[in-house]
Design a protein around this ligand. Structure first.
Ligand SMILES: Nc1ncnc2c1ncn2[C@@H]1O[C@H](COP(=O)(O)OP(=O)(O)O)[C@@H](O)[C@H]1O
Ligand SMILES: [Mg+2]
Length: 321
């Protein structure tokens, strides 16, 4: 079987009516089998449009799109047999327990009664819901409900699973629960494509990341490769007194145009080329000027800074709430 689970070449899509720009504008993407691939981008970047095209719910205007070895336009039926989509089953029955809901989906997909029951139990176990399988879904927390959605999307044991913003709207605890559920899929050999606005989510879950903006991939690689794009490490300086931030920016031996200042955290952050020289230079300059620092540290850039570097706009991607 091919090593590639998803191939997208120059996909374009413009919605009808008055849309004046392409939702997908020549998007390219390759996802290797058995990997987790994150499509990271701000609201309106084209993530849902991409997922709808990959899952055959929407046709591309042009370009080549293949999933699990089949063309999404010409062989839509073959694709549908091999994929799962989170959120597909919006209709969980609130009064029924998780187990009954999954059993129902199994029957819907023509599993026999016994097989449906076994599969439901397996999936509940796998997503840490075995103990609450009898509890009505209306009593589930956000994280439990999303894990049950995830279990439902796996009833048919799909080769490729699409998760469109799987943790949006969840609190940090629910998000952590869904992350560990997604990690457990990888061991089973499923290929996962997930979209997210959360940098940390892509960093935590994905083997590779495609950064998408305005319907195109603007960067592609592992989290480390993307971080390396910004040109290396950064130095963070936390001052005792936020009033000295301006003076510190002026006198520190760092490039001025890429310095970021966060008065609330009394923090100044700048890219560095020579780590040790920057560290000692900064400490000396602060000392000579009599400016007190609480902390001076070298670190790798975050994906947030990568996005800023790539797009020149840091207000459009979010850190998790
Ligand atoms: N049904 C639709 N009709 C018209 N325009 C749409 C429709 N769905 C999405 N769009 C537009 O297409 C672009 C991409 O949207 P979408 O794929 O939903 O992005 P994302 O999921 O990354 O937020 C946006 O500009 C959005 O306004
Ligand atoms: Mg979306």
């Amino acid at each position: 079987m091919a090593d590639t689970a998803i191939t997208v070449e120059k996909a374009r899509k413009k919605y009808g009516g008055t849309a004046d720009r392409y939702a997908l504008d020549g998007l390219d993407l390759t996802v290797a089998r058995g990997t987790v691939h994150a499509v990271l981008g701000p609201n309106g970047a084209g993530k849902t449009t991409l997922v709808r095209i990959l899952s055959t719910l929407l046709r591309p205007d042009s370009g080549r799109v293949e999933v699990a070895g089949h063309d999404v336009v010409r062989q839509a039926y073959d694709v549908r047999l091999r994929i799962g989509l989170l959120g597909q089953h919006a209709a969980l029955d609130e009064e029924l327990g998780g187990h009954q809901n999954l059993e129902m989906f199994g029957r819907l997909y023509h599993l026999g009664a016994r097989h449906a029951r076994v599969r439901a139990a397996e999936l509940l176990e796998r997503f840490g819901l075995a103990d609450t399988g009898r509890k009505p879904v209306k009593q589930y927390s956000g994280g439990m409900r999303r894990r049950l959605d995830l279990a439902a999307s796996l009833i048919t044991d799909p080769e490729v699973l699409f998760l469109d913003e799987p943790t949006t709207g969840l609190d940090p605890r629910g998000r952590a629960e869904v992350w560990s559920a997604v990690r457990s899929l990888v061991g089973g050999g499923t290929t996962v494509l997930l979209t997210t606005q959360y940098l940390e989510e892509a960093d935590q879950l994905a083997d590779r990341i495609s950064v998408v903006d305005a319907g195109r991939v603007i960067a592609d690689g592992t989290a480390d490769e993307l971080k390396a794009l910004t040109g290396g490490d950064r130095i963070d300086v936390v001052l005792r007194d936020a009033g000295h931030l301006g003076a510190a920016v002026a006198l520190l031996p760092v490039p001025k145009d890429d310095v970021r200042v966060d008065p609330d955290r009394r923090l100044l952050s700048a890219p560095v080329t020579d780590r040790m020289a920057a560290l000692s230079g900064v400490v000396r300059a602060l000392e000579e000027a009599g400016i007190e620092a609480e902390d001076v540290a070298l670190r790798r850039p975050t994906l947030d800074e990568v996005f800023l570097h790539l797009t020149g706009d840091d207000r459009r991607v979010k850190e998790p709430a």
